[in-house]
Design a protein around this ligand. Structure first.
Ligand SMILES: [Fe+2]
Ligand SMILES: [Fe+2]
Length: 189
């Protein structure tokens, strides 16, 4: 751990990846081949990344490790910033589920399914950008003040344990490869 390391550094780095996928998703939605016909394979990749990397891995680390450490150090869990972040994680999960559920119908050209897919994707993009801005600029700054170096080291080691897991059979490197593939296809995002 370097002198500049903080308990939130790994999570802040993951935020950059999640924001890139939000940018790609936004570009896909702006790039209809014909009215209502999108790059559904890329949307499916975005949905997989959102479910497995942004939620299972990243939000999983926040909910299982960082937030409990903050509660341990006196922050309330059921009110204030942590409660808001937990609620937003739930909203993100609901948007991702709607996207996954609507994808097959949207691929077949169903208008209602396409509308539901686009609406959920746009909702997710707005939500996750605002969510990450709040964590990066408010909650994580508070965390960096509250968590001392020994606890920071312990948290980082625990994060490594989570990163060693598989997510629906995928390693973290495989999930990051989804992002690489999306950025190759949408380099301007
Ligand atoms: Fe979060
Ligand atoms: Fe986060």
């Amino acid at each position: 751990m370097s002198a500049n390391d903080t308990p939130t550094r790994i999570l802040r780095d993951q935020h950059r990846n999640i924001l890139k996928v939000a940018d790609v998703l936004e570009e896909i939605l702006a790039n209809e081949h014909q009215p209502g016909v999108f790059d559904f394979d890329a949307i499916a990749d975005c949905a997989s990344f959102i479910r497995l990397y942004a939620d299972a891995l990243h939000h999983g680390k926040e909910e299982a490790l960082l937030f409990p450490e903050l509660v341990e150090r006196g922050m309330p869990r059921d009110t204030g910033p942590i409660a808001v972040m937990l609620h937003e994680h739930q909203r993100g999960r609901a948007y991702a589920k709607t996207m996954v559920d609507a994808l097959p119908g949207a691929r077949e050209g169903n208008v209602d399914a396409t509308r539901a897919l686009v609406s959920a994707a746009r909702g997710y993009i707005d939500l996750i950008r605002a969510h990450i801005m709040k964590e990066d600029n408010i909650l994580f700054n508070m965390a960096d003040q509250l968590i001392d170096e020994p606890a920071c080291r312990a948290l980082c080691a625990a994060y490594d344990g989570v990163c060693a897991r598989h997510f629906e059979g995928h390693t973290v490197a495989e999930l990051e490869a989804i992002l690489t593939r999306l950025l190759e296809r949408y380099p301007a995002a």
